[in-house]
Design a protein around this ligand. Structure first.
Ligand SMILES: [Zn+2]
Length: 208
């Protein structure tokens, strides 16, 4: 279904039944009995949950942004959308990455409805991800489609593969950023953006 939208999706998608059988295998492998009452419906629930978690493969972020507004009375100041909460899954462990995205851009004639920014974040977040790639994909897509004078994306997220397994470090978060155009080349533009998102005091250096 999504093959035309995302090259990563193989042509031959397994059936729902095959996906449910795979979950059953994982339950067995974990050491439980998939036939006991509490687990009977679990494979189908997990597959339904996966449909939500990975709905982004069927979405085209460029299409989401396609409708832009050009009559903005010459507005050319920074537009910032703060604290866009997202849920993603790390591609190494398939456990949640939960955090916030801050997006800014300097329009050049074209602006986009703010809900579209959030939908672009979700379209990329609802795939298997690493935070660095998510950050770059959001920034690059906004840059390509809106062709603004600059784009800034900062993501602050906590990774359950860090907090619930492996090194078990709850309370840690990771910050990534990608700055393009004026946000990369002009320190005062970058500072203004970081002030808007409450990060003015510096953790973030001069570029991605
Ligand atoms: Zn991981």
């Amino acid at each position: 279904m999504a093959a035309t939208k995302n090259k990563a999706v193989p042509e031959k998608r397994p059936t729902r039944q095959e996906a449910e059988a795979a979950v059953r295998t994982m339950i067995l492998w974990a050491g439980d009995d998939p036939d006991r009452e509490g687990l009977l419906e679990t494979p189908s629930r997990v597959v339904r949950a996966y449909e939500e978690f990975f709905a982004g493969y069927a979405q085209d972020p460029r299409e989401i942004l396609a409708k832009t507004f050009s009559e903005v009375e010459g507005y050319d100041e920074m537009i910032v959308m703060n604290d866009i909460r997202f849920e993603s899954h790390c591609e190494h462990h398939m456990v949640p990455i939960i955090g916030k995205v801050h997006v800014g851009y300097l329009p050049d004639k074209r602006v986009v409805g703010i809900s579209k920014l959030a939908r672009v974040v979700d379209a990329f977040a609802h795939r298997l991800q690493i935070q660095e790639k998510l950050t770059a994909q959001i920034a690059n897509t906004l840059n390509d489609v809106l062709q603004p004078r600059g784009v800034a994306v900062v993501i602050d997220a906590s990774h359950q593969c860090m907090t619930t397994r492996g090194v078990h470090k709850p309370g840690t978060s990771m910050i990534t950023s990608r700055m393009l155009g004026a946000f990369r080349s002009d320190a005062s533009t970058r500072r203004e953006f970081l002030a808007f998102i409450g990060m003015a005091h510096g953790i973030i250096g001069s570029n991605a």
